[in-house]
Ligand binder design. Structure first.
Ligand code: AMP
Length: 210
């Protein structure tokens, strides 16, 4: 059976980058609520009678999309995957409990990055809409002028929304880290190393535990 991997960390900690590496190395599926929701930002959820009628209205404010919407997405995706790396979920304790009813996990990784570093990474982050590749205005720009010209910023990577996403993370998701820590499953990785160094640690942790 392919491994069941959970990757935790604040927005900007490098979960997407390391998930891509994991997919390539271990042949599992990348299940990510952020991408799934971005692809369904305009989905009509008015029948649920919640505060807003689409996921996008929560996302652009940096708030969490309600659990009933997100749980459903994850349940379906995990059902269809053999092995997986789950990224962006669970983001609160209720989601963590729901997840433990859906499946078991072989490895729980936590990418640890300081708050000011997160803000710098996220506000400078740029996306190539054609390839999905991620760049940074200071640390990592593409050489190709044509690629540079077409880079865009994610709508929720503005400083104001980034601060709110980090606040929401500290309030809702830090308890999730403690939850897995208490269960004794959490593998803490220094996320402030270079991407290659982080990958070395991630890869060894999976090889030792899956
Ligand atoms: P991400 O790409 O993981 O930073 O997610 C972008 C946005 O999607 C978040 O700021 C939330 O609004 C929403 N989102 C992603 N995953 C979840 C989740 N597990 N629970 C609630 N909202 C989520």
């Amino acid at each position: 059976m392919e491994p069941h991997i959970l990757i935790l960390g604040a927005p900007g900690a490098g979960k997407g980058t390391q998930s891509d590496n994991i997919v390539e190395e271990f042949g599992v599926e990348h299940v990510t609520t952020g991408d799934a929701l971005r692809a369904n930002k305009e989905m009509d959820i008015s029948h649920l009678g919640l505060e807003y009628d689409t996921p996008g209205e929560y996302m652009d404010r940096g708030e969490l999309v309600p659990d009933e919407v997100v749980n459903e997405i994850v349940d379906t995706a995990l059902d269809e995957a053999d092995g997986f790396v789950l990224d962006g979920y669970p983001r609160n304790l209720d989601q963590a409990e729901t997840l433990s009813e859906m499946t078991d996990l072989d490895v729980v990784l936590y990418l640890d990055v300081d708050e000011e570093e997160l803000v710098e990474r996220l506000t400078g982050r740029r996306l190539d809409p054609e390839t999905g590749d991620i760049y940074h205005v200071e640390f990592n720009m593409p050489d190709d002028e044509e690629v540079r010209q077409r880079l865009v910023q994610r709508e929720d990577d503005t400083e104001e929304t980034v601060r709110e996403r980090i606040r929401v993370y500290q309030e809702n998701t830090e308890p999730v880290i403690e939850f897995y820590e208490e269960e004794g499953d959490l593998i803490r990785i220094d996320g402030e190393q270079t991407p290659d160094e982080v990958w070395d640690d991630v890869k060894s942790a999976i090889e030792e535990n899956a």
